[in-house]
Design a protein around this ligand. Structure first.
Ligand code: GLN
Length: 538
């Protein structure tokens, strides 16, 4: 453990979507593999308090931490790479910063002074960054500043970085700038000018980048490195290239061979030792050399966007590697599924996952799909809304409860088999008011989930408002859909599984948030293994 925490900032320039989160996570992985205690934080410059109220079209998946924070999907990458949980403190938004400053102002804590962006907002930002350093929990904190330099909304964050660099000195704060080196195919040339401009824009705010990480489609040669170093005021060994790779999980190795960790540690005055990536590389080896392919249908309603189900897709990668199979996921829009086309849509899949979601749109297609896999004995995995739909399908088609539904979709249904609990009924605000974060659950001794988890109690993360209505539990169980996981504190049903089916499990929680490279989620691992059996039987 170091005496004092060191800070690394990652900013982005030229274009958005360059992968700051993956670079931050990869660097963190390399530092962690040398024995440093590292955490990563994301500062988001938007005004929302958190992304919980943003729809997936706006911002991709909303990731949930153990402490129930609804956060940016980059936190998912941090956890998947580092295998260490994050918390609310790892994701700060402008909305949250302003809310806290305004609350203090209302309490009179500023003693009559004018409250301003500098110093009050910037002080609050610095406080949120340094908060993670309290109690010497971490040797190094990597802070990713969202957006692109030059954006009006990220200015206070860049200013906070400038102040921290000035106050704490260059051995304690390092600024990494991630930029793009575009390739002009007509000229057959890589161009450094946008990077020069972006580094200059950063300098206008008083921040000199210490290290450049250059996203590029082609290798950058020594003369480009020299040019970038000269124009941007950095050492040549601080110009790091990040060439496009097939999988994000290759990036730690790429950054290691480019020496990103070495140069950052040198600047911070810390010791470099060769990172031990052996278990990481074991995963990569299995992932890249699958023995078979299983086909999984992912049924949801945001299927055109690859970020909407990010954690589920990554969980398939982790669990595929364990099973040494390639998991080929096909996203199917539930609104395009109906009675007539269901067989044609699903007959070629080895397993079907019905995704989480909100609102009425597309639910009938999900129910149709669940009926098909229930009867055809195709492995089925329902997550959150997917589990609720499995209960509804069972009630409608096995128990003949015509029109059974969730009160989310039909307030007046005769059979509210999924319903709001009393503590949710009077809630009016949408933000941060669902059942969120980690809850403990007890597993039935003789259940499939007990076998899979190989333990009596589990804790999993939640993000939903509606629940299995326990009034119907007896009738449902008597007919073969068993509640095999019960919340220890509230007795709510958290898991259902179907008797006489090879693999039919619905979970009210989100297992995908807890799957990491080094700790693939057991439910995903088992689901893929069942899909593989289904493939072998076909
Ligand atoms: N819409 C459902 C609820 O609020 C399910 C939410 C989800 O799938 N995350 O209960």
């Amino acid at each position: 453990m170091l005496n004092s925490t060191k800070f690394i900032f990652v900013t982005g320039g030229v274009s958005s979507s360059l992968g700051k989160g993956i670079i931050a996570a990869s660097l963190a992985k390399l530092l962690q593999s040398q024995g440093y205690k590292v955490t990563i934080q994301k500062l988001d410059p938007y005004i929302n308090i958190d992304p919980g109220t943003l729809n997936p079209y706006e911002h991709g998946e909303c990731y949930v931490t153990n402490d129930g924070a609804e956060t940016d999907l980059d936190l998912g990458h941090y956890e998947r790479f580092l295998n260490v949980p994050t918390s609310q403190a790892n994701n700060i938004t402008t909305g949250r910063i302003y809310q806290s400053v305004i609350n203090k102002e209302r309490k009179g804590e500023y003693l009559g002074r004018t409250v301003q962006v500098i110093p009050h907002i910037t002080d609050e930002i610095k406080k949120s960054i340094k908060y993670l350093a309290e109690n010497n929990q971490y040797d190094i904190i990597i802070t990713e500043i969202g957006g692109t330099v030059g954006d009006i909304e990220s200015l206070p964050y860049i200013e906070a970085l400038r102040q921290m660099k000035w106050e704490m000195g260059e051995k304690n704060v390092v600024a990494i700038h991630l930029t793009l080196i575009p390739y002009l195919s007509a000229a057959k040339e890589l161009k450094t000018k946008p990077t020069q401009h972006s580094v200059k824009t950063l300098m206008e705010s008083g921040v000199q980048a210490d290290v450049l990480v250059c996203r590029t489609e082609h290798e950058i040669n020594d003369s480009i490195r020299d040019k970038l170093a000269r124009f941007c005021n950095v050492d040549t060994d601080s110009v790091i290239q990040s060439v496009d790779v097939k999988t994000i999980y290759d990036v730690p190795n790429c950054m290691s061979s480019e020496g990103l960790d070495k140069v950052v540690l040198k600047k911070l005055g810390l010791k470099f030792t060769k990172p031990d990536l052996s278990s990481w590389n074991e995963f990569l080896d299995k992932y890249k050399n699958p023995k078979n392919t299983v086909k999984i249908a992912l049924i949801g309603k945001y299927v055109e966007l690859q970020d909407s189900y990010k954690s589920i897709l990554e969980s398939f990668i982790h669990s595929g590697a364990v099973n040494e199979v390639k998991v080929e996921v096909t996203a199917i829009h539930s609104e395009h599924i109906n009675k007539e086309n269901i067989a044609e849509k699903l007959e070629n899949f080895n397993g079907v996952l019905v995704a989480p979601g909100f609102g009425e749109r597309g639910i009938e297609g999900k129910i149709e799909a669940i009926k098909y896999v229930r009867l055809k004995k195709i492995p089925f995995f329902g997550i959150c809304l997917g589990m609720q739909m499995a209960v509804i399908e069972f009630c409608r088609n096995v128990l003949n409860m015509d029109g059974a539904n969730s009160t989310e979709m039909d307030k007046k249904t005769t059979y509210p088999v999924i319903d709001l609990m009393d503590d949710q009924k009077n809630i009016v605000n949408k933000g941060g008011t669902m059942r969120l974060g980690s809850w403990n659950c007890k597993l039935n001794d003789d259940s499939l989930v007990h076998k899979i988890y190989n333990t009596n109690t589990i804790d999993e993360r939640h993000r939903h408002r509606y629940e299995f209505n326990s009034e119907y539990i007896k009738e449902i169980e008597d007919n073969g859909l068993i509640a095999t996981g019960i919340n220890i504190d509230t007795e709510l049903v958290e898991i259902v599984e179907l008797k006489n089916h090879p693999w039919f499990i619905g979970v009210q929680f989100h297992p995908e948030y807890k799957s990491t490279v080094l700790n693939p989620h057991p439910l995903f691992v088992s689901f893929i293994s069942a899909a593989l059996k289904n493939y072998n039987n076909q």
